[in-house]
Design a protein around this ligand. Structure first.
Ligand SMILES: [Zn+2]
Length: 334
């Protein structure tokens, strides 16, 4: 097994972070905290913030949900220097950048980095359940076993198929600003992944490709996001490395979870920012809770996002998930 080295990110570019909400659900405490950290990190380095609306996986997003998301971010006290917003505040959605994504996809196809896969979801699940290498455990979900990898299938316009990225069978490593050295063999621990899908007569690039192209085109130098995306970083770095594009700094922050240790969801009560706002809770209270919950301030206090600029020290930020209990934090509210 050879060691594929991923170059360290360039640090000589001006700092630019992004807030990249997907407007499929309202902002809740968990993603709000990741956005707050992304914004704080950029601002205290004197950097810029870019607002991007990530709707690639859900192109039929309603304009109201986009507006709601923007309103939530502003209520929290976050601002941005550039965005996908036009003058009338209607965002140019990520789905509007399809031609650019398809251009990069074509480049990857021509370079032989992708192959056609006709496996159904069920095929993948069945094949993945067969015994495999236990020394290299799966990083998430089912590992695609490479059924179509050497089949040299041609894309057929009338059929359902996907383009998959072909990982080299090699260890990859990179450094997370918060978690340190990360290493894995993505070919074995993640499996080749879908980078575009042909469905309903059109080729649709996957989030993994769109995010890489957007980060590059928008000059993003720092990506702060939930640690559920750590394994995606291997996928994105593989594309970046092939294109010879400088990777951003990655910082994966812990999630907010419910008392049952599961990711925050409806069953844990209504944790949407809009709910708190409508219930008369001030933004300073929420920002204070978020900052305290991740170790930015020692005592729970009402504070604005702006007042926290300068308080973010990654050495002090916890890597453990935060348990949110409604009755403890906001008794009687939900
Ligand atoms: Zn396949």
């Amino acid at each position: 097994m050879t060691d594929s080295f991923v170059a360290p990110p360039q640090t000589d570019r001006p700092v630019r972070a992004r807030l990249a909400p997907s407007p499929t659900g309202a902002l809740h405490l968990g993603n709000a905290r990741s956005f707050l950290l992304a914004w704080l990190s950029a601002r205290q380095q004197g950097g810029e913030v870019y607002l991007r609306i990530e709707d690639i996986d859900s192109p039929r997003v309603k304009p109201e949900s986009v507006r709601q998301t923007i309103e939530d971010l502003r209520w929290l006290g976050l601002d941005w220097d550039q965005s996908d917003l036009q003058r009338d505040e209607e965002p140019t959605l990520q789905s509007g950048r399809m031609p650019r994504f398809l251009e990069v996809l074509e480049e990857l196809i021509q370079a032989g980095r992708l192959y056609v896969c006709r496996c159904s979801r069920k095929d993948v699940a069945e094949a993945a359940s067969a015994p495999h290498d236990t020394a290299l455990p799966a990083l998430e979900g089912d590992v695609y076993p490479g059924t179509c990898r050497d089949a040299c299938l041609k894309p057929e316009l009338l059929e359902k198929y996907a383009w998959r990225w072909k990982f080299a069978d090699a260890k990859m490593h990179w450094t997370d600003r918060l978690r340190g050295l990360q290493q894995a063999n993505p070919a074995r621990q993640l499996g080749d992944y879908v980078i575009a899908k042909f469905q309903n007569g059109v080729l649709v690039p996957a989030y993994q490709l769109a995010v890489v192209v957007d980060d590059y085109d928008q000059g993003i130098t720092e990506v702060v996001r939930g640690d559920d995306l750590i394994s995606s970083t291997y996928r994105q770095l593989a594309i970046l490395k092939h294109l010879n594009w400088a990777p951003p700094n990655y910082i994966h922050v812990p999630l907010v979870i419910g008392p049952d240790s599961r990711r925050l969801a409806k069953r844990h009560g209504d944790t949407r920012l809009a709910f708190f706002r409508e219930a008369g809770i001030r933004a300073e209270s929420i920002v204070g809770y978020l900052a305290h919950s991740i170790g930015l301030i020692d005592q729970r206090a009402d504070v604005t996002a702006q007042e926290l600029v300068g308080e973010l020290d990654w050495e002090k930020v916890s890597t453990e998930p935060t348990v949110f209990e409604f009755e403890r934090e906001y008794p009687g509210l939900n």
